[in-house]
Design a protein around this ligand. Sequence first.
Ligand SMILES: *Cc1c(COP(=O)(O)O)cnc(C)c1O
Length: 367
Amino acid sequence: MIPVCEPLLDDQARANVAEAVATGWISSDGRFIAAFERNWAAYCGVEHGVAVCNGTAALAVALRALRLEPGSEVVLPSLTIISCVLAVLDAGCVPVLVDCEPDTWCMDVARVAARIGPRTRAVMPVHLFGHPVDMAPLSALAERHGLAIVEDAAQAHGAEYQGRRVGGLGTLGCFSFYANKIVTTGEGGMVVTADPVLAERMRDLRNLCFRRDRRFLHTEIGHNYRMTNLQAAIGVAQVDRIEDHLARKRRIAALYTERLRDVAGLALPVERPNTRNVHWMYAVVLDDGVPFDAAAFAALLRERGVDSRPFFLGMHEQPVFHDRGLFVGERHPVTERLARRGLYLPSGLGLTEAQIDTVCAVVREIV
Ligand SMILES: *Cc1c(COP(=O)(O)O)cnc(C)c1O
């Protein structure tokens, strides 16, 4: 079976982890944490990085840091991971969904204005599959309405919008370093920001909100969302390798596109002008004329030795939220279609050109 994704670790990662073990710095203090935070924030073009235990925690800490009044609304895409909505709920806020674009699969920024109301306080663009959200009009809207921007860049490490890296474009930028992400620490996450006050607040929120003036006195609810030095040891080595990883992802995408361009019935990833798509995963969407859906497509691929993963199912289609009175009766047709027609193909950093040839031959045979 050709796997969808696998992490690529190098000798530096192994040496760093060995150092952490040898020196006993295996919890959330240690030199690799500070270095990882500094290096990743700098890579994103901002000053501060706050490492946490995963990307879901990064989103939660970011939203909590904004101290939004309970009941404030946060606008986010319907096609995303549940972590985004959970973070909004965790902050006592109300998630408001917008549909996505049919070609970039990202939040449709043109639909955001209509969803802004008197209680809207933040927007959460999600850079999906490595393609940046159209940030210029979104930033203009946010500016006009005084909204914070919390980027979810978990799938887009190193992606660029108008020459600037994602994560550093909004008020706060959130990353996951899960094993299948472009930069990985196994499990891990980080929020980057130019704002020192927000950074300080996030350091408290990830560490149980111990008061700095009196350690075991608490005046706010915090969490233990700390990252370990062991994870950061891997992260430091990963950041050093990122340009190589991005080059591999882009090359994989180019090879796929070259071989699948003329397959009737398949929509392939795009790259808008003035953006750099890092192609975290190479996704394809079946045209409506194809007589089977993505689930059947995935089964046919699997029978032929090719693993794949479906797109997210829209947040407005989740029973867990309907049970709570959220998104009931909402329709987001682009998201609904992508959830049923889209999947992503093997895109691991170790994927060979011969494996890509095999995958493409199989796809061609099926479609
Ligand atoms: C992976 C991912 C997350 C969550 O990260 P975890 O580290 O798995 O908690 C959040 N948002 C997006 C878009 C992701 O792809």
